[in-house]
Write a protein that binds this ligand. Structure first.
Ligand code: UDP
Length: 539
């Protein structure tokens, strides 16, 4: 059976003795429940009570040891979604002596990563909330290697894309429902609990309307490294295609949020860009074959929706064109725009919205979760039907939002082409393999200042420095220096940008005054280096 635990043999009696004598040991990272990941020896799980168990003994360790604050609100988030109250992790405590009265534990010998998937039926959520965070949590802890065991505790079935989770390690992932097959008490020899949130870029609107995360910590580089890993595991190779064999992909949805004139759209794109156009859909093709196609495409055109997460597989330089149904403001729903705009993703992003009401097809009679509104009060239905834009709202059941986002659309070709023409700065081109440089300057070295007093109201301040140490190994298009001069005690400063390594300031320099001077290097206008230690210069 696929749910066999391991071929690693463990000495059962030694393991049991270790659990009884050592109890559970936990050491975590993170100051708060929202940034915490914990590593455990001998964390147990009682399948009857559906609770994790921490066994106390003389040798057990619990760090952080925060008493009842462990419940305020939780020890940690079990999914990568920040502070979601259905995704909290905690454990029950027992003395190790209680093991005598409990069912015999079954030991899990593999190093295990325990987490909640957030929404395993939606491709965007699968990538953003699960696959990327799992991948990079595994990179953070070296013993979470290809032999690691993933355990999903959210309680759902496999979902439509379980094969994608299988790519992350060579062992079959376990679901919560599988655990009881192993026995009443399972003990994970070594486990990590929780997920890194470092790679997520979007918040779904649980406490404020959805939008990019406030502090994005991931760049296109890490997203692309992950995409390459998946492509490798899916046995996808991107072969160089002959010159002029560029093509556009239209990603179509088959069950809802349809494009009614898809053929017309394909034809218009083909004529405009003199390229082949192909359509893909999750209903018609395997995920791997879609990735294969997208990985060499010049342009990806699609209605807003989870399928747009496949833009992680586009080559650098490609364009993403996201279509929005009537009354939906593209600026309010930007998971794919944010992704495409991450530094180093090197994708062009354009949105188009249907502004012509007669080109929308509404479904008021559908169930509420597919955007139906007939269950609402008559007045509310009329308000929604008359509204020209969904106001900003919280996740996840706003009926006006669901009504509008599940409309079908007849794409107005002239306005679509105009938006794309205006928006594409350069012709989409997958040959743009060159990444813009990401190497920052070091500090400038040996900064010095010299001063002289010319007259009662005239003074000079000369500042000089050496190039940053790493510059001699780099080819940099443009090297500039920024100098800040602040009169001591003032709270403003004068900034200067200079191409050379020294300069004599005389304007605004007063005699018998102390100036604080900072110098840093800038590559290519935007890559800022650190400031050197402040210079204290007395005229
Ligand atoms: N989906 C699909 N075809 C469709 C509609 C949806 O393959 O016609 C997939 C979609 O890619 C996502 C899941 O079904 O993985 C849920 O779709 P939903 O419309 O709920 O979410 P959204 O796409 O708006 O994120």
């Amino acid at each position: 059976q696929s749910q066999e635990l391991s071929n690693v043999r463990i000495d059962y009696h030694a393991a049991l003795l270790a659990l009884q004598e050592q109890g559970t040991r936990m050491v975590c990272t993170g100051k708060m429940h929202t940034d915490r990941i914990c590593r455990f020896d001998y964390l147990c799980y009682c399948t009857e009570a559906e609770e994790f168990i921490f066994f106390h003994s003389n040798a057990s360790v619990m760090l952080p040891n925060i008493g009842p604050r462990r419940f305020q609100p939780a020890l940690l988030d079990l999914s990568s979604v920040e502070d979601h109250n259905t995704q909290y992790f905690n454990f029950l405590e027992l003395p190790a002596a209680a093991l005598k009265y409990m069912p015999k534990p079954v030991f899990v010998p593999d190093v295990t990563l325990i987490l909640n998937r957030f929404n395993a039926d939606n491709l965007m959520h699968i990538f953003h909330d699960d696959l990327l965070p799992i991948f990079y949590t595994m990179q953070q802890y070296t013993d979470l290697d290809d032999e690691a065991r993933l355990v999903f505790m959210e309680g759902w079935g496999e979902g439509n894309y379980f094969d994608l989770y299988r790519l992350l390690s060579s062992k079959q992932p376990l679901l919560k429902e599988h655990l009881k097959n192993f026995g009443k008490l399972m003990c994970f020899t070594k486990s990590y609990v929780g997920l890194s949130k470092m790679t997520t870029w979007y918040q779904y609107g649980f406490v404020q309307p959805q939008g990019p995360k406030a502090n994005i910590l991931v760049s296109g580089n890490e997203i692309r490294q992950f995409a390459l890993f998946l492509m490798d595991r899916l046995n996808i190779t991107t072969e160089e295609r002959p010159e002029g064999d560029d093509y556009i992909v239209v990603f179509s949805r088959a069950s809802n949020r349809l494009i009614h004139n898809e053929a017309e759209l394909l034809l218009a794109l083909a004529q405009e860009y003199k390229m082949r156009t192909v359509t893909v859909s999750l209903e018609e093709q395997t995920f791997a074959s879609i990735v294969q196609i997208i990985s060499s495409a010049s342009m990806l055109v699609s209605m807003h929706g989870a399928q747009l997460i496949t833009s992680v597989f586009l080559p650098r330089g490609a364009a993403v064109i996201e279509l929005f149904p009537y009354a939906v403001n593209p600026e309010h729903y930007t998971p794919y725009k944010t992704l495409a705009s991450l530094p180093g993703m090197d994708l062009q992003y354009i949105s188009w919205r249907n502004t012509i009401e007669k080109n929308t097809v509404t479904y008021p009679d559908r169930p509420w979760d597919q955007g139906g509104i007939t269950h609402l009060e008559k007045e509310e239905q009329e308000r929604i039907l008359a509204s020209k834009e969904v106001p900003r709202h919280l996740c996840c059941r706003n009926p006006e939002w669901l009504f509008r986002i599940y409309q079908d659309t007849i794409v107005d070709i002239p306005s679509f082409l105009e938006v794309v023409r205006d928006g594409l700065k350069v012709k989409p081109n997958l040959k743009i393999r060159k990444t813009s440089s990401i190497i920052h300057p070091g500090r400038v070295r040996q900064p010095k200042c010299q001063t002289s007093v010319q007259a009662a109201h005239e003074a000079k301040l000369s500042v000089s420095w050496q190039i940053p140490w790493n510059l001699k190994y780099l080819k940099v298009r443009e090297v500039k220096y920024e100098v800040w001069i602040q009169e001591q005690g003032e709270n403003t400063y004068m900034p200067y940008i200079l191409p050379q390594q020294n300069y004599t300031f005389s304007e605004n320099i007063k005699p018998f005054t102390t100036y604080l001077v900072w110098v840093r290097c800038i590559f290519n206008k935007s890559l800022l280096g650190p400031f050197a230690d402040v210079l204290i210069c007395k005229t």
